[in-house]
Design a protein around this ligand. Sequence first.
Ligand code: NAD
Length: 456
Amino acid sequence: MKIAVVGAGYVGLVTAACLAELGNDVMCIDKDHGRVALLQAGGVPIYEPGLDDWVQRNQHAGRLRFGTAMAPAVTHAELIFIAVGTPPQEDGSADLQHVLAVAQHIGQHLNGFKVVVNKSTVPVGTARQVERVLHEAQQTRGTCVHEVAVVSNPEFLKEGAAIHDFMHPDRIVIGLPEGATGDRARTLLARLYAPFNRHHERTVWMDVASAELTKYASNAMLAMRISFMNEVALLADAVGADIDAVRRGVGADSRIGPSFLYAGTGYGGSCFPKDTRALAHSAAGHGLRMRLVEATEAVNAAQKQVLVQQVCGRFGGDLRGLRFGIWGLAFKPNTNDMREAPSRTVIAELLARGAELQVHDPVATSEARRALSQDLGRPVAEIDSLRFVDEPLDALLAVDALLVLTEWKCFHHPDFAAMAQHMRAPIIFDGRNLYDPAQLQALGFVYQGIGRRNQA
Ligand code: NAD
């Protein structure tokens, strides 16, 4: 099938590569000329395991092309996917300017019936706005107005496992407009997604508003599970229980399941924080309060401070003259995404208290430099008390403690003896509960996890 994907970010690029892999003829468009030039030269602008292979293979096979011009993509495609960012605005609402700008450009070049499929996470009512903009753009152009079906097809992939998630979805949610255009869209989308439905029917058909809301409800539910477990972890600490045992016990209930029950330093990333806020904002616009969603957000904001509180609990609030190692900067493993990463809060707070930091991340260093320069108001290269190092052990040189902020695989089984030799004091604040408290204690470490019957 002939496909256009607008936006070559995490969602757009993965969508384009995966649909090309299935044999479709895909044009992927982005307004960022540098990004497109890199892709055309065989590079991939984001870190996502396996994505470079998929992109290159399909480019070589001639099924995947990149460009900046909308006209050829719109003319080429029967299905046009919108996968541009919907960042949060000051008031928490989703900023739709990129989605609507894309709709405007598509409208200027329509040459027949098309299905416009929105993959961006957008509040209920956006498909209607997109429809209106498409219609107006055609009218302004002054040629005949073509019919368009605007469909909602939210994306549920996880960064770090994006290709796997796209190719093996639990479900494919599709919200269709009413009437004949909806029927035409259904026929095309059923054909496009048929390879995913060979064994089980995974497509959940619904109306557009329900599909748009399904995405926010799903993310809010997952974020809520994390915040709930973070609250239980605080109680576990207070009462002498172990959150890891509690997690296993709770998750073994088939009604609950084991996913998204890990206590830690709080969730981050480009989705949960902004989507919970946007959902609460949408509700407020309808005179409703979503108190669970608000509480999820508030608990998470507090949780990002827990590790700092543990450090201050041990060393006092004034951290001048103390040096800490940090392992992990990305908001989660297998990505270089630093959006709303808890490491940003922890680093800013520790620096403000006068600490010296040696930080290491296997992949996210350049993104982290950019994000932290922005947070700290000046280039990190000018901040002597913040050093980026290439090797995990180098981050531990003469430190008073280690803080683990991202559960990268390479941190799971480190050489504890070598670590202790590098450190001024063998103290670990484990923000991801990677280690066994008893084992570390036996090795002579002072260990403090999140809700792990902390002994420090
Ligand atoms: P991203 O920031 O990684 O990529 C967006 C891309 O769109 C950028 O490359 C940007 O240059 C491009 N773009 C913006 N305006 C454009 C325009 N007018 N024309 C052409 N290109 C344009 O964003 P993302 O993380 O891929 O997220 C996209 C959407 O998908 C968001 O709504 C997000 O909430 C949602 N989503 C993201 C994830 C995730 O894990 N990242 C998962 C599910 C859903």
